[in-house]
Design a protein around this ligand. Structure first.
Ligand code: KIV
Ligand code: NA
Length: 263
């Protein structure tokens, strides 16, 4: 199969064909997800929680991200590989460039970082050097202490307008993809319409171009209470690769997310 690239994601958006994304942290799971047709594999800093047992993503280091990116890249899937820049690797633009370069050399095809309009300059610097960028907006888990918990963002219309403007600014700065976490369905749809780059959602409703979930959550391996936007695909599938396929098909058919997964 042909490798999935940023161009493929743009084509999917233009054709109105939703695409599926999933976190992956190791070669075996990455291979199974790739076999199931998942378009994007994200080495998420959620590994701090689901692999390392921390209560937030803040303790994750660049070394951790490089290690897991290498593991996923060795699976040699057709999927596009996206890797998270961990907490505090974006203090200066030059530090961000160096950190992103390490992730690209470890096998990433695109890097993701959390932020708002203030990231514009960094996004431009990265894209000028050939590093495609996804900006993660809405609920940004690295800011959990500033946000006062893991809660829906952009609920009031003024907050929503600010987020939409920021997304526009970041697109103009060169962002190739925008990812929205835990925002009302209506706002996510408005942001998707306002942009021309693909928008990926998690807890952002169906009116976006791609969906993403944390692998452990969609396999039913959540310890504690699963967030509202999670669906367990393991129960109906009986195998890990079956669950990945069921998720991929549900995203393609726009059966996931259903209304009960939305805000
Ligand atoms: O780290 C992660 O898994 C993420 C996704 C939830 C988007 O950033
Ligand atoms: Na993340």
């Amino acid at each position: 199969t042909r490798p999935i690239t940023i161009k493929t994601l743009n084509e999917r958006r233009s054709a109105g064909q939703p695409f599926s994304c999933l976190t992956a942290y190791d070669a075996t799971m990455a291979r199974l997800a790739g076999n199931a047709g998942i378009e994007v594999l994200l080495i998420g800093d959620s590994l701090g929680m689901v692999l390392q047992g921390h209560t937030s993503t803040l303790p994750v280091t660049l070394e951790d991200m490089v290690y897991h990116t290498r593991c996923v890249a060795r699976a040699e899937t057709a999927s596009l590989i996206m890797a998270d820049l961990p907490f505090m690797t974006n203090i200066t633009t030059s530090q961000t460039l160096e950190a992103a370069g390490r992730l690209m050399q470890a096998g990433a095809h695109m890097i993701k970082l959390e932020g708002e309009a203030w990231l514009a300059e960094t996004v431009t610097a990265l894209t000028q050097r050939g590093i495609p960028v996804c900006v993660h907006m809405g609920l940004t888990p690295q800011s959990v202490h500033a946000l006062g918990g893991y809660r829906v963002q952009g609920r009031d219309s003024q907050q929503g307008d600010v987020m939409l403007e920021a997304a526009r600014t970041l697109e103009q700065a060169g962002a190739g993809v925008i990812l929205l976490e835990c925002v009302p369905r209506e706002l996510a749809g408005r942001i998707r319409t306002a942009l021309s780059v693909p928008v990926i959602g998690i807890g952002a409703g169906p009116d976006v171009d791609g969906q993403i979930l944390v692998m452990h959550d969609m396999l039913g391996a959540t310890t504690g209470k699963a967030p509202r936007f999670v669906k367990n695909f393991m129960t109906e599938s009986g195998s890990i690769e079956g669950a990945f396929r069921a998720y991929h098909e549900a995203v393609k058919a726009r059966d996931f997310p259903a209304p009960e997964h939305c805000f």
